[in-house]
Ligand binder design. Structure first.
Ligand code: GMT
Length: 375
């Protein structure tokens, strides 16, 4: 197959899923054409069968604001025509699904066609897409896609009810390469972070409001009343300054380590005892899956698709979002009990391998493409 993949190139989960999917498809012999405004950050080395097409932005003086959606449509049309694509797979509805729809219409006028598959990832449906000005357009672009997938059952249901859509949406969960994400003990790093043998809690995100990163610091404060502990905060984003302020205010500046954006996540996760994900909204929770694959149990909120990933009292614990007391209680329980944590750690790794391993999920996308192409 010749597949176009359009995604955000940044650190967000949708870009990661799109890029890893494209790499896996290319390995299987499919030709994959990435279309984005910058090189996706996981596309960091040469891979056979992968091509990258950058969306060029026009600088015409009349355009005070950049016309990304239109430039993207133009690039899609160019790539579809010259590379003779079979299918365009867009990740994150806004504006990608709308650009894809427009490209389809232009092709139709020229007696040509392309199948359009849209994958819904999360905030495109639960946050940004719900803005009254966007809602009709998001609804329309979902309805007009030839195929739609969602990364959790939760997200599928939310889409159908919030947008009053009657459409077959295929649930295809996020996935992980458990050969790359696996526990590789790194005592030097661990000693550097926790020289006195303190327990290590970790959180990875883009530090947006929905992630409630400040809750991880409130949890650490409560945990430290019962046992020595450190907190690693990986990533960066709008809430980082607020987190730094809170850590200082609670006198935790030496216990909270801000590592910024990091690429070698398996190393950091492997050195950790517990992953925290207190999000207010989370359609799946890819970073929690990354932790689980590295054998790190997760304490999270119970929102969105997280209960589809985390098994209560088996691979971790879930509590109502905002309930930092309960999350701290669960964390203390696991951190104090080495035997229990070891069992949870094994369960987490097994769940990642048995349910979300890349070799199980990528064939689901391929089967879905085949179904759409033959429809
Ligand atoms: O919203 C984000 O944190 C980024 C966003 C994205 O689309 O880049 O992540 C969403 O997609 C991920 C991959 O499918 C999911 O694992 C995340 O749960 C989801 N984030 C939210 O729903 C908040």
């Amino acid at each position: 197959m010749k597949i176009g993949i359009n995604c955000y190139p940044t650190y967000g989960g949708s870009g990661v899923v799109a890029t890893e999917l494209g790499k896996a498809l290319a390995l299987e012999g499919h030709q994959v054409h990435f279309i984005s405004y910058a090189m996706p950050h996981r596309l960091d080395s040469f891979v056979e069968n992968i091509y990258y097409h950058e969306v060029e932005m026009s600088n015409y003086p009349l355009f005070e604001h950049q016309l990304y959606g239109l430039s993207l449509t133009s690039k899609m049309l160019e790539v579809i025509e010259y590379e003779k694509l079979d299918l365009m797979h867009v990740h994150y509805a806004i504006p990608h699904a709308v650009s894809g729809y427009l490209a389809k219409q232009v092709l139709k006028k020229n007696n040509s066609d392309i199948k359009l598959v849209t994958t819904l990832h999360g905030t495109d449906i639960t946050l940004a897409g719900l803005e009254p000005s966007f809602l009709p357009l998001v609804k329309f672009s979902i309805e007009e896609s030839d195929g739609v997938t969602a990364v959790s059952r939760f997200l599928k249901e939310k889409t159908l009810t919030n947008y009053h859509i009657e459409k077959d949406i295929e649930v295809i969960h996020n996935f992980i390469d458990t050969e790359i994400y696996k526990r590789e003990p790194n005592e030097v790093f661990r000693k550097h972070i926790a020289p006195e043998g303190e327990k290590i809690l970790v959180h990875v995100s883009n530090f947006r409001k929905v992630k409630r990163v400040t809750d991880t610091i409130l949890i650490l404060k409560r945990v430290k009343k019962k046992l020595p502990a450190k907190l690693l905060l990986v990533g960066d984003g709008p809430d980082r300054s607020e987190c730094e302020r809170l850590a200082r205010e609670l006198d935790l500046q030496d216990d909270v380590k801000f590592l910024g954006k990091q690429d070698k996540l398996p190393e950091i996760l492997s050195a950790s005892d517990l992953f925290l994900m207190p999000s207010q909204s989370e359609s799946f929770g890819l970073s929690a899956l990354e932790a689980m694959a590295c054998g790190v149990p997760v304490v999270s909120s119970s929102v969105g698709g997280l209960p589809e990933l985390i098994l209560q009292n088996e691979t971790g614990f879930i509590a109502e979002f905002g309930d930092v007391d309960r999350m701290a209680k669960y964390s203390i329980d696991l951190l104090k009990n080495d035997r229990k944590r070891k069992i949870f750690s094994q369960n987490s790794r097994e769940r990642a391998i048995n349910n979300f391993e890349i070799s199980l999920i990528v064939p689901q996308y391929i089967r879905y493409y085949e179904k759409i192409l033959s429809s």
